[in-house]
Write a protein that binds this ligand. Structure first.
Ligand code: AHM
Ligand code: MG
Length: 327
């Protein structure tokens, strides 16, 4: 594996043939999405669709378009049996003879579309459990993150970058706008064990449990030895925040409100793929009690609290949450 190699070359040399076909199709679809996002102001794609998704959220035109693009390209892969996403209430069979399923958030952070902040596509690939030749079933998708076959995200920021793992560490490919090809740009991404950044919607602080409030106070307390106070960085786009923390170190938190156990972010196509990538890069991800990858999904659109990022920071946060650390 060498820097500068084409994504296609990487896939041919490193992934099983069937998985390779799926990943190549996905990347082709995301090139189209990247172009659309980059030129959004010039195309008639900004704004809402006048519809709501299964979660009652306003659907942006780009949410809908990107969902359709992903479905078309994954169908063309011939190896992707089925698809579920933030925009689809139920699973869709794409290729009855396919052997994988994909759970995706086609355009995460879509409230940032109109302000040109980073947004992205998140995906997780599983092996289907039902027999080939028939429609896909719930069990093909509702699998723990510990058996994820591949996962990653495309970030559409100042560059378009694909960050992914097929179970052997994390690498990144940058889209070269000159020839519209992805090239290996980030070899062996590892998240620093300590970071100096915390990412959380601090505006919700009154809804947080005391343990979390104490952790946030800890982050903002001056202490030269541990380089505190840490910097608060929150874009409102999970992909943007986690991508930064993955490369530079940090913790991203989307907690449950006081007295609740679920947060805002969806387990299947947001928390599991981002946790898979983070663990593959040497970091940690938990819902506050359990490793995210060990949670058994029970519904496509189920939510989870998440604390994800640098090992030491996640562990310190858990200490505060469980009141094992005094300030
Ligand atoms: P979306 O999938 O509808 O775009 O929502 C998910 C996004 C995340 O990317 C981000 O971290 C979070 O919502 C921000 O939520 P909030 O505005 O409550 O802080
Ligand atoms: Mg999302």
């Amino acid at each position: 594996m060498r820097k500068g190699m084409k994504f296609e070359e990487f896939v041919t040399e490193n992934a099983e043939v069937e998985l390779g076909k799926l990943l190549l199709s996905l990347a082709e679809g995301c090139k189209v999405i990247s172009h659309m996002v980059n030129n959004a102001g010039l195309l008639d794609v900004l704004g809402a669709n006048d519809t709501t998704n299964v979660q009652g959220e306003e659907v942006q035109k780009l949410d809908d378009l990107t969902n359709k693009i992903l479905m078309d390209y994954l169908k063309a892969s011939e190896t992707c049996a089925g698809y579920v996403s933030e925009e689809n209430e139920h699973q869709v069979t794409l290729n009855a003879n396919g052997i994988f399923t994909v759970a995706a958030d086609p355009l995460d952070g879509s409230s940032n579309i109109e302000v040109a902040a980073p947004i992205g596509t998140i995906f997780a690939v599983n092996e289907r459990l039902s027999p080939k030749g028939v429609e896909v079933e719930d069990r093909d998708f509702l699998q723990k993150g510990t058996v994820t076959k591949a996962a990653g995200y495309f970030i559409y920021g100042s560059s378009t970058i694909l960050v992914m793992s097929i179970g052997y560490g994390v690498i990144g490919f940058t889209l070269n706008t000159a020839d519209n090809e992805f090239y290996l740009s980030h070899l062996n991404i590892t998240i620093p064990a300590k970071g100096k950044t915390y990412s959380i919607n601090q505006g919700n602080v009154e809804k947080f449990d005391d343990g979390l409030k104490n952790f946030l106070t800890h982050c903002a307390t001056i202490d030269k030895e541990t380089s505190r106070p840490y910097s608060l960085r929150y874009i409102g786009s999970m992909i943007g925040d986690i991508h930064r923390n993955l490369l530079k170190g940090g913790i991203f938190i989307y907690p449950a409100n006081k007295g609740e156990t679920k947060g805002k972010l969806r387990l299947l196509y947001e928390c599991i793929p981002m946790s898979y990538i983070t663990e593959q890069a040497g970091g940690e991800a938990t819902d506050g009690n359990q490793r995210i990858l060990e949670l058994q999904p029970t519904g496509y659109h189920e939510r989870s609290a998440i604390f994800i990022g640098s090992k030491n920071m996640v562990q310190t946060a858990m200490g505060f949450l469980h009141a094992m650390v005094k300030q």
